[in-house]
Each structure stands twice: as structure tokens, then as C-alpha cells.
Design a protein around this ligand. Sequence first.
Ligand code: NCD
Length: 305
Amino acid sequence: MRHLLDIDGLERDEIVGILDTADSMQEVLRRDIPKVPALQGKTVVSLFYEDSTRTRLSFETAAKRLSADTMTFTAGSSSVKKGESLLDTVRTIEAMGIDAMVVRHSAAGAPHRIAGWIDAAVVNAGDGRHGHPTQALLDAFTLRARRGDVTGARIGIVGDVRNSRVARSGITCWSKLGADLTLIGPPTLMPERLDDWPVHVNHDLDDALPELDVVYVLRVQQERIGRALLPSLREYYARWGLTEERAGRLKPDALVMHPGPMIRGDEIATGVVDGPRSLVREQVANGVAVRMAVLFDLLGAGGVF
Ligand code: NCD
């Protein structure tokens, strides 16, 4: 792998390979000293033009666990404020000598453009509404770790699919691994054209619930939604919120996932987030192992760790 820009660019076997490497990284993370010298001498920079808590810290932790040096760039406190372009910013950082650039940007395709400008490996950490491949990989890893297999899992993706890069990458990844996917939510928050998507659609959460093995809840991305498209949040929660009562109607072993940030009470109840079905903390913890696997694949030169 030269860059990780999209799940589309990965064959099923490559996805499984990354998840297998992440299993080994998980083993490293359980050691007394959870650190290996695999990427000593390499430099990983995170270039974040959009806000982030989990993704940025997770990549930086992953790089440090592999002994890479890390640098962080956040647009809000940089010369972008003075008008410096993306191209000049990226070239400036590259001139300092870097091996990988982890990019989050509000414009779909920004990481792809950057990959054309620099020699370093580029990892897409979220571009607009388009993609978020490492989130998809860590979600697949988390479900595989819990169930043993993703194939055949009936996954309901609930909420603001239209604006969700997590859903787009997730759908591609889950479907390559053989899951059965249903998009659930108000028609206004569904993508406009779904013809060639490998999914079912059901606008009625209560109808879909009893069949699901996994409920994957999305945040209502108010910053990306036109006002006209969203009923009031109260109305949204009443029909599509994962309440405790609804969670009680799931199959006994059904699981609940959420990529974060969660807005408790907007799309999911506190009791469900903190309840026994929830994989939310595991998703975050596994994110480090999966991002270690991705960085190692890109920069590790096939070595051992
Ligand atoms: C999401 C994102 O930024 O794409 N969060 C994440 O990276 N885990 C989803 C969101 O903002 O709702």
C-alpha cells in the first residue's frame, strides 16, 4: 500500500491483512511496555483542517507506539489564518522531512490531491462527506474481534447517512467483508442516489430492530445539514433515537456501535452507550491498534516488529 485514501482502493484480502496485522498490534498494546521500534526514525505528521478528538489522538498514539516521531498541524493555529494555501502548507511541512501525512479536511478529495503533490505516504483521516477509511477498518476490526466474523452480520446504520463519511467508508468495508447492510433514518437524511449501493433501506427503525445483529448509530451532523432537511431533534429522537426501550427490543446478543462524537440524548440514550451491548469504548481502544497496522503497512518496509 502506497497511500490509504479510500476503502474502495482495497481488495477484501488487503482489508483482512490489515485487520490481521492489527491483531498483532493489539498484542503489543497489552505488553507492560506497549511500544516497539518498528518505525524508529520515521516522522508522521497529522494535518488537521477540521476538528477532531479521537482520530487525531489515535493516530498520534499509534505512531508513538511504533516509535515514530510525530508532528501536529492544526489549521486554526497556523499560517492558514494568514492566507497560506493548502499546496504551500503541505510543501512547507514536507520540506522538514516527513514520511507520512495524516490528513483531515472539509473538502472531499483533499487527501487525494495532497497525495499527488508529495512523496510521503498520505492517510485520509476524513475528507468532507466522502470517506474515513481508518474508521471503517477499526469498526470492522471491533466487530470481528467480538463476533469472530463479519460475514453475514446484519448491520443497521441509523441516522444521518447523507452527510456521513463514516457511513460511506463503512458501507464499502462491511460489504466487502460480506455483511448485510440496512440504512435506517428519515428520507431527508438518506443519500440522494442509492441505486448502486449494496444496501437495503428501511425508514422505520422499530420495524428493522428485531432483525439486527448490530445497530450502528450516527451523529446528526447539524453542521453539515440544511435546516429544511431535519425535523426537530426531539422528533428525530422519538422516531430514530436508540432509546433504552428500543435497545430492549433488540436480539439478546445484538451489539451497538457509534463512531463518536456522541451526543447523548440526540441520537442515543446514555443508558445504551454505557450498557452491556455497547462497543463504543472498544472502538476507540481498537482504533490505536488499527492505525498502528496502517502506518506499519505504509512505512514498515515489510519488516517485523
Ligand atoms: C466522525 C467524523 O469526524 O467523521 N467522527 C470520527 O472520526 N470518529 C463522525 C462525526 O463527526 O459524527
